[in-house]
Design a protein around this ligand. Structure first.
Ligand code: AVJ
Length: 319
């Protein structure tokens, strides 16, 4: 991407960050959208999370992709164009593309151009002849895939990592509907979803002993200071991760250690001691709930794979 385009994209992102922060901190229960956790520092910290002993999702999903890749490939068929939502570092895409028969293109979709470039570069290096077409778009909103890959038998959506869990179930249905519409006729979707399990395992995965997840969560405030001119005292908040059994989700919060006020965008936001900013939901699914969700989004189950311990699931859905 040219530097001018990158600069425009960065300015637009800062504007959107400020608008979201003003709206979220004005709400009766303060909240910030979790997509803003991923600036360069957040991405680096998330990468470190995926290697923590407590954080089982990444390695479990990679293991499922490795062990069942051949079966997935047979179910998907040849000549697929892979459209990945939130590609991260592109490692999972490489794993998937290796398993597929004659993939025809790779289209990573993300709001952060710098992330797209990392994923695109990794995939291009691993598959020199493969057309790689990054799409800068916020897939949490309505988006279009301008000019779908030509000559492909199938557009295969790829949404790994249980990122679907960061949506509320209603938002997840909306995302699935939109993805179905943009992927078009005969589309498939390979979807990773974390499964409901014991509270202690879930809470440890989001509140690790080394404090990496705490640093990841607190970086959101540091980012608001850096990019939106806020004046959060970083030692004034602490990380909390709690399993909400009614909503079947792990919630991340930043809890104010004391009564304090924070300036942002010309406004002052007051915090009571113990008051929290809700920064992320990570919904966990039971297979029957996931099936319902997929159906509401216009998809039916073709196959499902899980690990021996039943920690994580990978679904092949058909439009
Ligand atoms: C973005 C879905 C992969 O919710 O598990 C990890 C983000 N947050 N630890 C998740 C996250 C805290 C993660 N995913």
């Amino acid at each position: 991407m040219s530097t001018a385009l990158a600069r425009d994209a960065a300015a637009a992102q800062r504007g959107a960050l400020l608008a979201d922060a003003l709206a979220g901190l004005s709400a009766p229960r303060k909240t910030l959208p979790c997509k803003w956790l991923y600036d360069a520092e957040g991405a680096r910290l998330f990468e470190a999370i995926t290697r923590l002993p407590e954080y089982y999702p990444t390695r479990t999903e990679m293991q499922i992709l490795a062990e069942s890749g051949a079966e997935m490939s047979r179910a998907i068929g040849p000549d697929a164009a892979v459209v990945e939502f939130g590609p991260g570092d592109g490692v999972k895409a490489v794993q998937l593309l290796r398993a597929l028969e004659r993939p025809v293109a790779y289209l990573p979709v993300d709001i952060a151009p710098e992330w797209l470039e990392a994923a695109a570069a990794r995939v291009a290096a691993a598959f020199p002849g493969l057309p790689v077409r990054p799409v800068v778009a916020d897939f949490t909103r309505a988006f279009a895939l301008a000019g779908r890959a030509e000559g492909s038998a199938t557009h295969l959506g790829f949404f790994p990592g249980s990122t679907i869990g960061n949506f509320t179930p209603e938002e997840a249905v909306t995302f699935l509907r939109r993805a179905r519409a943009s992927l078009g006729e005969g589309a498939l979707m390979l979807l990773g979803a974390d499964l409901v399990k014991e509270k202690s395992v879930l809470e440890a995965a989001y509140d690790d002993a080394a404090g990496v997840t705490a640093a990841f969560n607190l970086n959101l405030l540091a980012r608001l200071n850096r990019e939106a001119g806020a004046d959060f005292a970083l030692d004034g908040f602490r990380h909390r991760a709690v399993w909400n059994p009614a909503a079947e989700r792990v919630e991340m919060h930043l809890a104010s250690r004391r009564a304090q006020s924070v300036r942002l965008g010309g406004r002052v936001f007051r915090f009571a001691a113990g008051e929290t900013i809700h920064t992320e939901n990570s919904h966990k699914y039971r297979p029957e709930r996931l099936r319902e969700l997929a159906a509401a989004g216009g998809w039916r189950e073709k196959a499902m794979w899980t690990d021996a311990a039943g920690l994580f699931s990978v679904w092949l859905l058909a439009a």
